[in-house]
Design a protein around this ligand. Structure first.
Ligand code: SAH
Ligand code: SF4
Ligand code: F3S
Length: 478
């Protein structure tokens, strides 16, 4: 069999040059003869990981539906299974491998089933080798840089009946004009910057997603204006570090200025994710405070409360600098809420260093914290560090941290009882159609008794009770 594999290479993936980013504006087109490749065929798409992957899956959907495939929610019904994977921690990967193994059975009942693995795991050398060696039922592997090549890869695998591996390890381009089928019709993800150049010592993302490359202002604003015309109420501006937006552009244009321009489009709600504390500027704080349609909610990953650990992590800020941004936001932005990410058990983390993290939690009293046990990732500097902390100790620290986090989340939520919140309605809740759910400006999930509420409306809800992660309330008549 004639198989040409293009495999990932982590060394190449970490290279960064000063070359200008290429923006591909060619109109996406499927050759006529292949538009029916998916006729009468169904696809099942499973997405793991962060919003970047969610957004990529929307592009994959767009491409597949142009090829006449129809989406199904059950892998058992599918002729094409695509797993859009995440590489951030080992347990995320184990989960995917478990699922890939489990779904193998479907090949026996449907030998024509096409099985595809893409996303961040596909960018890892080790993973691709493991799939090639052990998981013979995988037909196509492609990476994060060549989603636009999906039609060709499907055609190749389909007609040549051969396994296709095409993963590029490169800094990356920007593809405008790719098709998209969004998951929701009131809230949309909008990419503003791809990739990451921070190279935090524990993190795989800079290797799987390429360099930081900002979309042009005009493309972002065009997309948002179209979303407004289509009735969307909320956009979330996406990037591994949105604060770095614009730094790679020829034009002198920063994230603060982009925020202002997006606010001026008049879209009802603007969120952004993620902000690295290192380059959070005063101007950004001022913009968030100035515009009512920029939501008073910031995800500001701390990672650790110890300056020694932050240094080893390569995070480029101290806890003092973190607090300067945090306090400034808290003082200037009315009713602001915060979430953060914490890693416990970084190599050789001492009890005192862990205590320093707890002290920061006590000070910041976050509304939500995503907590993780450090997971070594092949090819990253931290994975080469020796580690004297046992898994048992790490698990225990995670438990203590989670208890603290839940305590403050509940306390903050209880503080909202009796208040009136603007809630963007997601629709009837999954469990009970007489109860509606939606999010407050501060990003809190509210289940409420509706009066006039319809999906996509912003209604006023009086908060009547609070749980750790959700609020309850009643819609009040306007
Ligand atoms: N760009 C974002 C983070 C994206 S990854 C930022 O810098 O804030 C989301 C979170 O996963 C990180 O904030 C970190 O807390 C966690 N994470 C990343 N790599 C990890 C690893 N190797 N082990 C454990 N957690 C990790
Ligand atoms: Fe990973 Fe750090 Fe980049 Fe975030 S900023 S994606 S943690 S390297
Ligand atoms: Fe995971 Fe890739 Fe996102 S590793 S967190 S899916 S950028």
């Amino acid at each position: 069999m004639n198989e040409i594999y293009i495999k990932p290479n982590l060394k190449t993936a970490q290279r960064r040059t000063k070359d200008e980013t290429i923006i591909d504006r060619s109109l996406f087109n499927i050759p006529d003869e292949y538009k029916d490749l998916g006729f009468n065929k169904k696809y099942y798409l499973r997405t793991y990981g962060c919003q970047a992957n969610e957004r990529d899956s929307e592009t994959i959907r767009g491409i597949l539906e142009l090829m006449s495939y129809i989406e199904v929610k059950e892998p058992d019904l599918a002729d094409l299974i695509i797993m859009n994977t995440c590489a951030i921690r080992k347990n995320a990967e184990d989960h995917v491998f478990g699922e890939i193994g489990q779904l193998k059975r479907l090949k026996y009942t449907n030998p024509d089933l096409m099985f595809v693995v893409c996303g961040c795991m596909a960018q890892e050398e080790e993973v691709v080798e493991r799939i090639l060696k052990t998981y013979h039922h995988i037909d196509i592997i492609f990476g994060t840089h060549n989603i636009h090549r999906l039609p060709e890869l499907l055609i190749q695998a389909h007609f040549n009946k051969e396994r296709v591996v095409e993963v590029y390890s490169k800094e990356g381009e920007i593809y405008e004009n790719l098709p998209v089928i969004r998951q929701q019709n009131t809230k949309a993800w909008v990419n503003i910057i791809y990739g990451c150049d921070k190279f935090c010592t524990y993190c795989i993302v800079p290797y799987t997603r390429g360099k930081e490359r900002s979309r042009l202002k005009v493309d972002i604003l065009d997309e948002i204006n179209t979303l407004i015309k289509d009735g969307y109420k909320e956009v979330t501006l996406l990037g591994q570090n949105v604060n770095a937006y614009g730094k790679d552009l020829v034009e002198d244009y920063s994230f603060a200025e982009l925020l202002e321009d997006v606010a001026k489009t008049g879209i009802e709600r603007i969120r952004f994710m993620t902000s690295h504390p290192w380059d959070f500027t005063d101007k950004m704080v001022d913009m968030i405070a100035k515009y009512d349609n920029i939501m008073p909610f910031v995800h500001l990953p701390l990672q650790s409360g110890s300056n020694e650990i932050l240094k080893l992590m390569g995070r480029r800020y101290t806890t003092e600098e973190y607090l300067r941004v945090f306090d400034q936001l808290r003082n200037k932005v009315k009713n602001i809420t915060f979430s953060t990410d914490i890693i416990v058990g970084f190599p050789n983390e001492t009890e005192e260093q862990f205590e320093d993290t707890i002290k920061m939690i006590d000070y910041c009293k976050f509304d939500n914290v995503y907590t993780f046990i450090y997971s070594p990732r092949a090819g990253t500097p931290a994975s080469r560090m020796e580690d004297n902390v046992t898994l048992e100790v790490k698990r225990n620290r995670l438990k203590i941290l989670n208890q603290k986090v839940a305590q403050y989340a509940l306390l903050n939520n209880k503080g909202l009882i009796g208040s009136i919140q603007n809630v963007l309605v997601d629709g009837p809740s999954k469990k009970n159609e007489h109860v509606y759910s939606g999010y407050t400006e501060g990003n809190k999930l509210v289940n409420f008794v509706p009066k006039n509420a319809k999906t996509g409306m912003i209604v006023q809800v009086k908060i009547t009770s609070a749980n750790t992660w959700t609020l309850k309330g009643e819609e009040i008549s306007s």
